[in-house]
Design a protein around this ligand. Structure first.
Ligand code: HEM
Length: 479
């Protein structure tokens, strides 16, 4: 018997807002018991600027979780503590390798309750950290969104988080559509599957446009130098001064050092849902299609993208797991290659998602690669660098042989894998990138003056050690 098709409500997923919470994030915890946390969060940029955050947190009483009732309150508390914890660790010249009991004790309890790790995840920074400006307007509209907490108090940081919020909101309806598409495929209703896929492709067009809007209000150098360092995790952070990770001091002798990846949009369940729904498989970085270790039909058990599920709220990660077992669209399309409309709709989804990843690579080049090069210049070195940047091994030009993975090749592999299931011969050729510079055109939309993709010329061999991790990981999470 076929496994049942998952029901969104069983996984804390809203049919309209998807992985964003069904009820809006709270702007404040209702119980005045938590006023001190709220006061710190409200003044976080000033406390970081004046380097008084650690002292203020050290003098806090240890608050318990007894005053947290509804899920929204637990989520608000998690987001507050994530901002406080990362501010505490990264706001001074030397990172704090110990989180005091004032943070550790409630943070560990709240994380366990919400089934999400005690680190500034995508959920803490984006999913549970926004409010609409006008209640009667949609939240998939950048002109109606504001953040609740930031490290810097600047619009660049807010804009960065809010682009993701708008993407999550705009992309959410696809989930119900695709669950219906799975059911339609089970009853061999090709017309319905085609309609759902067409609607999916249209939403992806909107997401591509939203992603591009990051350029409007988020300055790359501010992002790289001022904002990104606060997302730093505690894994592979020896060079930044955290050789053992961070000690979550809960006041007991068994308090342990922990190592977590930093916050990343790669922790978005939405994009992973899209991949699964379309039957796209991501191999561990460096592994090619057809490599002996690849076995189709089996979920990959390792690799960066897979690892990021550990940073999603538990029910969302479970949803992805369950959807994997019922996703049937790729097989259905492969069995109906004579249905040109169906194939075209399916290929359109792949092409739009591949275009999304193309745009994303351009963005990562602009926001990470280029500023990182600038910060490696002798002038930047003379001026001195902030912590997370100084963690870079500036003289390490080539990470080959160190087990490191370069950032852009990792992102390109994810993009190329997106096009692999294409059924149409032309689409296959178009998306296979053979002899074609990535990002040089949008499938179906044509070339519309995109910025040239500098990354093709960028020699990224571990990005001087910045974006490499032990094995298969690369990117922002290194910090
Ligand atoms: C300034 C904007 C952005 C920058 C600088 C950026 C940077 C990065 C980096 C460095 C990675 C590598 C993994 C890691 O974090 O270690 C990554 C991966 C990823 N990012 Fe972004 N990102 C940005 C915006 C977004 C947005 C808005 C989304 C969509 C919600 C997104 C979705 C993803 C996904 C899904 C991955 C995993 C790789 C893949 O599936 O292709 N990113 N990003």
């Amino acid at each position: 018997m076929l496994p049942p098709i998952p029901v969104l409500a069983d996984y804390d997923i809203s049919p309209t807002h998807g992985f964003l919470p069904g009820t809006l994030p709270l702007s404040r915890l209702p119980d005045p018991y938590y006023n001190k946390w709220e006061a710190i969060a409200a003044n976080l940029p000033a406390l970081i600027l004046t380097r008084r955050l650690r002292g203020v947190i050290d003098r806090l009483p240890v608050l318990s979780t007894v005053g947290l009732e509804h899920d929204a309150e637990w989520r608000r508390a998690y987001s507050l503590l994530s901002f406080m914890a990362h501010g505490y660790i990264w706001s001074d010249d030397v990172p704090a390798e110990r989180l005091p009991p004032q943070i550790s004790i409630p943070y560990l309890a709240i994380s366990e309750h919400l089934e999400v790790p005690p680190v500034a995840t995508y959920a803490a920074l984006c999913l549970w950290n926004y409010k609409p400006l006008f209640m009667d307007e949609d939240i998939d509209n950048m002109e109606n969104l504001a953040t609740l907490s930031t490290f810097t108090g600047g619009i660049d940081e807010s804009w960065f988080y809010l682009i993701s919020v708008a993407i999550e909101a705009r992309g959410a309806p696809v989930m119900s559509l695709m669950l219906k598409a799975f059911a339609a495929a089970r009853r061999s209703d090709s017309a319905a599957v085609t309609r759902y896929l067409q609607a999916f492709a249209e939403v992806l067009t909107d997401l591509n446009n939203l992603l591009e809007r990051i350029n409007e209000r988020c300055d790359p150098d501010i992002f790289f130098n001022r904002i990104r360092p606060f997302f730093a995790g505690s894994k592979n952070m020896a060079d930044a001064g955290l050789p053992k990770g961070v000690l979550y001091d809960d006041g007991t002798p068994s308090a342990a050092y922990r190592q977590y990846a930093g916050g990343s949009n790669a922790q978005s369940s939405l994009l992973q849902f899209y991949d699964i729904a379309l039957g796209i498989q991501h191999r561990p970085t460096g592994e090619k299609k057809g490599d002996p270790s690849e076995r189709r039909g089996r979920a990959p058990t390792h690799g960066f993208i897979q690892e990021m599920r550990e940073y999603m709220p538990g029910p969302h990660a479970q949803f992805l797991e369950d959807v994997y077992h019922v996703a049937n669209i790729r097989e259905y399309v492969e069995e109906h290659t004579d249905d040109s409309e169906l194939c075209l709709a399916y290929d359109a989804c792949l092409a739009m998602l591949s275009a999304f990843r193309d745009k994303h690579i351009i963005i990562v080049t602009r926001y990470v690669i280029t500023p990182s090069r600038r910060s490696r210049s002798p002038r930047a070195a003379r001026k001195g660098l902030n912590l997370a940047i100084a963690s870079r091994k500036a003289d390490q030009k080539d990470q080959k042989g160190t087990g490191g993975t370069a950032l852009i090749p990792f992102l390109k592999q994810a993009r190329d894998e997106t096009g692999e299931p294409a059924v149409g011969e032309w689409t296959q050729r178009f998306l296979s990138r053979e002899g074609k510079k990535a990002g040089s055109g949008d499938f179906f939309l044509g070339k519309t003056g995109d910025a040239p993709l500098e990354t093709e010329d960028v020699e990224v061999k571990g990005l001087a050690g910045t974006w490499t991790m032990e094995d298969e990981v690369g990117g922002i999470c290194l910090y």
